[in-house]
Every structure is written in structure tokens, then in C-alpha cells.
Design a protein around this ligand. Structure first.
Ligand SMILES: Nc1ncnc2c1ncn2[C@@H]1O[C@H](COP(=O)(O)OP(=O)(O)OP(=O)(O)O)[C@@H](O)[C@H]1O
Ligand SMILES: [Mg+2]
Length: 329
């Protein structure tokens, strides 16, 4: 086993200083940055409720699930907390392709001293379980039922894990932590937005200790995130433009809520649009490529009208961008 298993949190991080949250709380942290600690993103903006839930998960070994619409920052939120605690972290996407064997492990043929031998290769779950590791199950509501039952066993805090084929019982490392993110509340695809999600077993949902939602931020916050991501827009004119972009995104969310649109613009799309504006040096072209082309043709008129309202100018029809992209490539 690597040295990682012997790492211990030896420090405490002050929540007020590091996360800017008004709470008298310190959380354990590691002094060393192992290779599994996520990259620090200084531009990340924490949402107090979600951050506190995640921090409680780290400090008190609570199982935390973050629910929310797509692109609201669920996965990155957990990573960015881990990055500030130097807590190693692995993300596993529980899309429909992950199988029980991927998670638990399987017999594999390996070469040993020039001989082919069959050896059990541990899956990601037993591997992480024995280490000080925050494991994040992304798209938890899309996991296959066989996979979900494997996870159920480790959801309990002291939950030991039996590798049946190996006749081995694994005790979780005291610093193993478990998180999940999902778009639905485990009741399936009620909004019609999240095709491929499953109904979650209630015994399973019951085992999560803390549930928090991350939804769209107030417009000013969202604009600040976009500006932090694309600092070139941080000028008088750029800030005005970003405010209008966020206003347009809000209109698509309202339009979606009342059934006028079948697609909404997530914060991730707003960031992508801002980045694409930099690449193409053209707001309208970037808008076509980042969002409009994803919309149903019948709904594009409504979106163009939102654009007009927010920018006080007609959305330009699609035209080949006149730009120096070829030179950039
Ligand atoms: N609070 C924030 N501060 C800075 N950047 C953010 C914030 N929230 C989201 N982002 C950015 O938005 C993008 C989407 O975030 P993320 O992938 O975490 O969303 P998600 O909620 O997990 O989405 P999905 O449901 O699609 O998995 C990322 O590029 C992330 O850096
Ligand atoms: Mg995610």
C-alpha cells in the first residue's frame, strides 16, 4: 500500500478565514498535498449552506449528498473544499456504464515473473475505502441498481465492506469520506430534464446524513463567477455584458419553469459562452455556438427575443465568424 494510507490530518483549518463563512468552526486538514488532492481554484465562490454541509461531512464523517440542477457547481464544490483541506479526493461518475465489478474489483490476468497468473484487482471502492480519501459519486441518481447496492454497504459510517470473492473484510480508513451529487431528489426524472436517472431506493436515501441543494446563485454572484473565470471581461463594458448574459440566463430559467422553453441555460453554459466570446471575439457568434444551437428550432425565436430584451439589440443571424481563429490554431 502506498504512503497515502498513513497520511493523517495534523492541522485544523479555520472556516471563517479559509471559506469566508461566518461560523466558528475548524476542520481537520492535511499538511501534505498528495497527488489526489484537487487543484485549487482561487476563483471558486462558496455557497455557505452547501459548504457547511460538506465541511461537516469532512469533520464529522457525515455522508453528504448535494442535489441541484445541472452546472450549478455541485461536483466542483466538493473538490474545492477538499483542495483547501488537502484532502485526497476521487470522483466516480456513476453513469449507466459503471458496473459492480468496476467498483468492487475483478480477477484479471497479470504478468508475474514472466508468467501469466490470475489475480484479484481491487476496484476503486475498496481502494479508496482503505485510504484517507473523499470519494464523490457523481450522477448518483443515474447509477445502476446493482451498483447502488454495493454502495449501500459503505454508506453506514462504520460500514465495513466484505470482498466476497476474497473472503476479506475491509474496515474503512478513519479519514475515508463519502459524498454524492445528483440532479434529482431521487424520485426520477420528474422535470423531464434528466433522462437516464433512476428512482432511488428509500433505504438507500435514508442512509445519507446531510442533504443540501445547490441552485442558481443570485445574479450578482453568478456574474462574479463568470468574471472570475474570464478576467478579460472585467472592464466597465465587459461587466455590463456579463450582467446581460446572466439576465438572459435567468430569463431562460423562468421560461423553462413556465413551459415556454424546453432547455435552460445553466451557469456552466454562461461561463462557456463568456469563454467562447473570447475565442470568437464575437458575442452573437459565441451565443449561437454555446446555447442557441442546442435549442429546438421552434423555440429559437423566444430565445432571440430574450436576447433582444437583455442586450437591447437584435441577435445577429448566424454568419461565419470573421476572425483570426485560423491564426490562433
Ligand atoms: N460557485 C462557483 N464558483 C466558481 N465557479 C463555479 C461555481 N459554481 C460553478 N462553477 C463553475 O461552473 C462549472 C460547472 O460546475 P460543476 O461541474 O461543479 O456543476 P455540477 O453542478 O456538478 O453540474 P452537473 O449536474 O452537470 O454535474 C464549473 O466549470 C465550475 O468551475
Ligand atoms: Mg457534476
Amino acid at each position: 500500500m502506498t504512503d497515502l494510507a498513513y497520511l493523517q490530518p495534523t492541522q485544523r483549518v479555520n472556516v471563517r478565514e479559509v471559506f469566508g463563512i461566518d461560523a466558528d468552526m475548524t476542520v481537520p486538514a492535511f499538511a501534505e498535498r498528495d497527488g489526489h488532492v484537487p487543484e485549487l481554484d482561487r476563483a471558486y465562490r462558496f455557497n455557505p449552506q452547501a459548504t457547511l454541509a460538506i465541511l461537516a461531512g469532512f469533520a464529522h464523517n457525515r455522508r453528504v449528498v448535494l442535489q441541484g440542477l445541472h452546472g450549478t457547481g455541485k461536483s466542483t464544490h466538493i473538490e474545492q473544499v477538499a483542495a483547501r483541506l488537502n484532502w485526497p479526493c476521487v470522483r466516480v461518475n456513476l453513469d449507466g456504464h459503471i458496473s459492480r465489478l468496476d467498483l468492487v474489483g475483478k480477477d484479471a490476468i497479470v504478468l508475474r515473473d514472466g508468467q501469466q497468473v490470475t489475480e484479484f484487482q481491487e476496484g476503486i471502492l475498496p481502494w479508496a475505502l482503505q485510504r484517507p480519501m473523499a470519494m464523490v459519486f457523481d450522477e448518483y441518481d443515474a447509477g445502476r441498481p446493482d451498483v447502488m447496492f454495493v454502495i449501500q454497504r459503505v454508506l453506514e459510517r462504520e460500514g465495513s465492506f466484505t470482498l466476497l470473492d476474497q473472503k476479506r473484510v475491509i474496515q474503512p480508513h478513519p479519514c475515508f469520506r463519502l459524498f454524492a451529487t445528483m440532479n434529482t431528489l431521487g424520485q426520477g426524472n420528474l422535470s423531464g430534464l434528466y433522462h437516464g436517472t433512476q428512482l432511488l431506493n428509500h433505504a438507500q436515501l435514508d442512509r445519507w446524513n446531510l442533504v443540501t441543494s445547490l441552485d442558481y446563485l443570485p445574479p450578482a454572484e453568478e456574474a462574479a463567477i463568470v468574471l472570475a473565470r474570464v478576467p478579460a471581461l472585467d472592464t466597465e463594458q465587459g461587466r455590463r455584458q456579463v450582467r446581460a448574459m446572466v439576465a438572459l440566463a435567468s430569463l431562460t430559467r423562468k421560461g423553462f419553469a413556465v413551459g415556454d422553453l424546453s432547455l435552460l441555460m445553466s451557469p456552466r453554459t454562461v461561463i462557456t459562452w463568456a469563454e467562447n466570446t473570447e475565442i470568437f471575439q464575437n458575442l452573437d457568434v459565441a451565443f449561437h455556438l454555446s446555447f442557441l444551437n442546442k435549442c429546438e428550432p421552434a423555440e429559437r425565436g423566444i430565445v432571440a427575443e430574450y436576447f433582444q430584451r437583455c442586450f437591447d439589440a437584435e441577435l445577429q443571424a448566424w454568419a461565419e465568424p470573421d476572425m483570426a481563429l485560423h491564426h490562433a490554431l
